[in-house]
Design a protein around this ligand. Structure first.
Ligand code: A3D
Length: 311
């Protein structure tokens, strides 16, 4: 079988880490794509990564390019093209610039690889994945946004930090849009199967939920320039691996809802099954009245940003 071809559109902070993680997992051959002005940078990153391979013997090829023709028949795209936040900005402030970039990227991907599976990371996430879907007209199962995977791993981290127990045993999910209105579902969070609600006081849990909602901003403030990249990269790699290895992972992702959770026509964070068919299913479950109203609130925020795309 030929090796899978993975293209990273945008070779910046997240793009570089995506390349490293994809190489270490030997997910396939990797192409780091960026604009002509950044071609030297992505060629350099590719060469540096090529020289890392002999240590552990990763048999994967990595190239950098700004030529769309090199991306013909790519199997998996992960898109980070665009600009990240600066302190004081919210994700919606990125819309105008990143929308123009996403339209260009979607048009080119459609031309080069109409059957690919596409993971969008660029912000504002829920609107960017919607824009990619509208412009490319890809089937809905082949387009997904990475956000819930990251928001959930942040929630898991804070619960593990609070209790001192292993992150490995913390499971939880965050639904909704990738913004301050996201919905951490504490009711279903567990540590080794034990409900978190029995281990952490309601007030403390609320503080952890709130920290999760603004966790991206906490890092933006610390960096002073740019946003998180290690955990976002790993979150997207989990999704790409689920597709490439047909793992049927259940991961909160921005998937197109057509009636699920009462949502119609919007990409928003919901538990999604990812396998070789792309987003193969969305797992619906009963929400409490409070969770329903929080999900409606986050949906309104997503609708507002999507409306601003004019698509
Ligand atoms: P950065 O390091 O600036 O990398 C972005 C790269 O995109 C740069 O190298 C640009 O040159 C490149 N680029 C710009 N225009 C194009 C184009 N037309 N084609 C190809 N490449 C282009 O940013 P980053 O990697 O830190 O973040 C990338 C994006 O991810 C930003 O929009 C962030 O806001 C977003 N982000 C999303 C999450 C989510 O959880 C959804 C988390 C963190 C960052």
């Amino acid at each position: 079988m030929a090796r899978i071809k993975i293209a990273l559109i945008g070779g910046g902070q997240i793009g570089g880490n995506l390349a490293l993680l994809a190489a270490q997992k030997e997910l396939g051959d990797i192409i780091i794509f960026d604009i002509p002005k950044a071609e030297g940078m992505v060629k350099g990153k590719a060469l540096d990564l090529m020289q890392l391979r002999p240590h552990d013997g990763y048999d994967t090829n990595i190239i950098g390019t700004s030529n769309w023709d090199d991306l013909k028949n790519t199997d998996v795209f992960i898109i980070t093209a665009g600009i990240p936040r600066k302190p004081g900005m919210n994700r919606e402030d990125l819309l105008e610039i990143n929308l123009g970039i996403m339209k260009d990227v979607a048009t080119n991907i459609k031309q080069q690889a109409p059957n690919a599976f596409v993971i969008v990371i660029s912000n504002p996430l829920d609107a960017m994945v919607y824009a990619f879907y509208k412009v490319s007209r890809f089937p809905k199962n082949k387009v997904v946004g990475m956000a819930g995977a990251l928001d959930s791993t942040r929630f898991r981290t804070f619960i593990a930090m609070e209790t001192g127990y292993s992150v490995q045993d913390v499971t939880c999910m965050v639904l909704g849009g990738h913004g301050d209105t996201m919905v951490p579902i504490s009711r279903l969070a567990t540590i080794g199967g034990v409900p978190v609600t029995d281990l952490i006081s309601p007030n403390r849990l609320k503080e952890i939920e709130n920290r999760t909602r603004v966790a991206g901003g906490e890092i933006v403030k610390l960096f002073g320039n740019g946003s998180a990249f290690y955990a976002p990269a790993q979150s997207a790699i989990e999704m790409a691996e689920a597709f490439i290895r047909d793992k049927k992972r259940v991961i909160p992702c921005a998937s197109l809802c057509e009636g699920e959770f009462g949502i119609n026509g919007y990409f928003i964070g919901v538990p999604s099954v990812i396998g070789s068919g792309g987003v193969e299913n969305i797992l619906e479950f009963s929400l409490t009245d409070k969770e329903k109203s929080e999900l409606n609130h986050t949906l309104e925020a997503v609708k507002k940003t999507v409306a601003e795309t004019g698509l």
